[in-house]
Design a protein around this ligand. Structure first.
Ligand SMILES: CC(C)(COP(=O)(O)OP(=O)(O)OC[C@H]1O[C@@H](n2cnc3c(N)ncnc32)[C@H](O)[C@@H]1OP(=O)(O)O)[C@@H](O)C(=O)NCCC(=O)NCCS
Length: 182
């Protein structure tokens, strides 16, 4: 399965599109702000140079079929308000992990939910994924609630995220994929 070029996706209020250099200021905030990162274990990206390198790495990773990474913006304003990605694809490209983050001003408006809905639809209907997973800190209430609202189930039969023992794993199965066990 080839991912590139990145599909531009739309929802009622949002456009999901490729990340550009012009998104660097928002990305810098998202990847360095303490509150946004309180439940995310990742290296902070603290300078403009590091962010520009990160953007290059992200967009090269899409071309090289490693992941898909979208900038979330409102339909009537091109400014980045968050990101959503599918990454950590299994070797057969049938399982991927979803990740998301939103600028504080845009949280609690159902925007993450709207973006996740579209990515689930794209993942299942276009990429033919069998399952989408999400690893989230057990105390990350907003993220857990977003996943549960979208019918993700907590799975405990899989080894926990080795990066963080505080993370719990959720999964959503593509309803049209036959379950071998049944
Ligand atoms: C995780 C994160 C993206 C969730 O964002 P969010 O805005 O809370 O999620 P949703 O889009 O589902 O919004 C839900 C809230 O919007 C409210 N809402 C307002 N208008 C709405 C609308 N039109 N439609 C749906 N919900 C709406 C809902 O009632 C709900 O409020 P509640 O949580 O008080 O019940 C956000 O908290 C975040 O960016 N966190 C930092 C990064 C992070 O931790 N990422 C996850 C790593 S695993």
């Amino acid at each position: 399965m080839k991912f590139a070029p990145l599909h531009k996706l739309t929802t009622e209020r949002l456009v999901l599109k490729k990340i550009e250099k012009s998104d660097s200021e928002t990305l810098l905030f998202l990847r360095s702000d303490k509150t946004i990162n309180q439940f995310i274990k990742r290296e902070k990206t603290e300078s403009k140079e590091e962010i520009l390198t990160f953007i290059k790495k992200i967009n090269n990773g899409i071309i090289n079929n490693n992941w898909l990474y979208w900038c979330i913006s409102l339909k009537d304003n091109p400014t980045m308000i968050g990101t959503i990605c599918l990454w950590n694809f299994s070797a057969n490209s049938k399982v991927a992990e979803v990740g998301y983050e939103l600028m504080p001003k845009y949280q609690k408006k159902g925007i993450a939910n709207e973006a996740l809905n579209r990515i689930i639809e794209f993942g299942f209907n276009t990429l033919n994924l069998e399952s989408i997973e999400a690893s989230t800190h057990k105390e990350n209430k907003s993220s857990r609630s977003l996943l549960l609202k979208n019918k993700f189930r907590l799975i405990d039969n899989k080894k926990k995220d080795s990066d963080s023992i505080n993370n719990i794993l959720f999964a959503l199965r593509n309803p049209i994929v036959k379950n071998d066990i049944e």
